[in-house]
Design a protein around this ligand. Structure first.
Ligand SMILES: *Cc1c(COP(=O)(O)O)cnc(C)c1O
Length: 227
């Protein structure tokens, strides 16, 4: 039993998608969350994720989300194993994923083209991957050419140490940016993947459509397992 699931579900709007971040958690824990009604799970390390997917393949209505930095040599596996990739963090990886998705789709290795979010740094953050706002605008035209990606929206992780007001403002800025980008990327560009255990109520207030929760569902991750 994971009692927090029901509590959180009851306290967020119905149309906000609750994604359980199961990185470092064993597949038994994922099964418990599944039994509690969760169907969306997110992982950030490819090899670890593939092992768990294998152990959980009987749960065939799980939707897997990739949320980690993708190295180019792992992109093919990611395309084959994750219907959602939230962490497209550069034009180079976007182009690579696009080409791999096109191949996998034409060879019928995947039934649907991947749904992706563009990872954006709304505030400067040396420690994270992603586009800064100016770079993202520079790449808009090139991103629009990638017709084997289903561009669904933006993903954001905020820097550590922001006040509550700064956090809310930053999430609102992500929402505004997404609204400005939508005419360029089309009406499917309607998702905002933002909000983690420490800040998800503010993210929802600013318009998040997908929240990614780890600690608050599963407890603290041991640093040993974090790698
Ligand atoms: C680990 C992780 C989360 C979940 O963080 P918590 O604070 O444990 O809820 C969300 N998003 C990304 C990209 C992560 O790597």
């Amino acid at each position: 039993m994971i009692p927090q699931i029901e509590k959180i579900r009851n306290n967020i709007p119905n149309d906000v998608r609750l994604i359980a971040v199961s990185k470092t958690m064993p597949s038994e824990t994922i099964r418990m969350a599944y039994d509690g009604g969760i169907r969306d799970f997110a992982e950030n390390k490819l090899q670890e994720a593939l092992e768990k997917q294998e152990q959980l393949k009987d749960l065939d209505d799980i939707c897997w989300h990739f949320i980690g930095h993708l190295q180019s040599n792992k992109a093919k596996k990611a395309v084959e194993s994750f219907p959602w990739i939230h962490s497209i963090d550069s034009l180079k990886i976007a182009q690579r994923i696009n080409r791999l998705a096109q191949e996998a789709f034409s060879q019928q290795t995947i039934k649907n083209l991947p749904q992706v979010c563009l990872q954006v740094k709304i505030l400067p953050d040396e420690s994270k991957y992603g586009w800064n706002v100016e770079q993202l605008w520079q790449d808009v035209e090139a991103i629009k050419q990638l017709d084997s990606l289903r561009l669904r929206g933006l993903m954001a992780i905020l820097p550590l140490g922001l006040s509550k007001d700064e956090t809310l403002q930053a999430f609102k800025d992500v929402k505004s940016l997404a609204d400005e980008l939508k005419p360029h990327f089309g009406s499917d560009f309607d998702q905002l993947s933002m909000g983690m255990s420490g800040d998800y109520p503010l993210a929802i207030e600013a318009g998040a459509t997908m929240i990614r929760l780890g600690t608050i569902l599963f407890g603290k991750r041991s640093t040993v397992a974090l790698r």
